[in-house]
Design a protein around this ligand. Sequence first.
Ligand SMILES: [Zn+2]
Length: 322
Amino acid sequence: MTQSTAAPAGRFHTGRLSEGRPQALEAWRVTTDDADVAARIAGLLGGEPRPNEGTGSTGLAYEVLTSRESVRILLDGPDAVAAHMVLWGSVGLIHHCDGVEFLSPEEKKGRPCGCPPLLEDRKLAARAMRGPTPSVDITFQIAAAPELGAFHFMTASWQMAAQLSDLTEALERVNGPAVCDLTIELVVYTSKAGRGVCYRKPVVTVLGSLDTIAPEPPPVAEPVPAPAPSAPRRKARLAPEPTTPPVPESRRSVSVGVDADLLRSAAQVLGTGDHQETVTAALSEILAGRQQTPELAQLREHVGRIAAIAGQALQGQESSLT
Ligand SMILES: [Zn+2]
């Protein structure tokens, strides 16, 4: 692909400057110099194009505060993710490495840089301004509108840095452009000291190749406003039957490939056995659940996808019957 040489269409951000102070966002913010791109982004992902006042003087002309915390994107192999470690000082770049060896300046390139091997130790060094922080640049297209061109997401997130080797491996496994979800994920936990901690982190989830994954995720299943007792039974019919022979070959490989994975992770969270039990338990939990743990939010998304897959499978059944 030629996307790396073309001028980028825009950038994705997890935050903005508000009156000079950094502000973390719950949904993606997109900036671009192109008014048409801004309008398309607003159409696709929600929000309104407006003059970019959230990046400071160096920002692109327009910003769109979208309503999406997750956007389906295309990553063209492991080269779409560039990562290095940087420490800036008053005189400029003073440590530039890949965590093991210097990447610059030329005379130091390839020599051991002295960064500790463990991420935790690197974090401590960075916090003390003794060591570099991650600098990750992800180049991607929006799966539903690849014609808009390449976007960048740049982050210094340690959580993203920690995902990188898994991400690169997953991208290598997909032959060709990979369909991924780029998500601002909410993390909620209680610290050892008993304090509630809540923050958001960017996450890239590799879903598969272009011919097996839809460019747009199915709508997230909202809690059904039906009376709770009847709901699980009603929705349980959506459970994909493990034995649905009349589904066309191509469609079958899609549903099996995706739902096995989703059901496995749902089953892990819920501790359930067969697929039907998992879907039923997930739905009951969501309908009954008042608490908004990240696991539940994730589960809700999974169940949304499972329902969509089941819907597809049922459609396939119907069309093969008529
Ligand atoms: Zn280093």
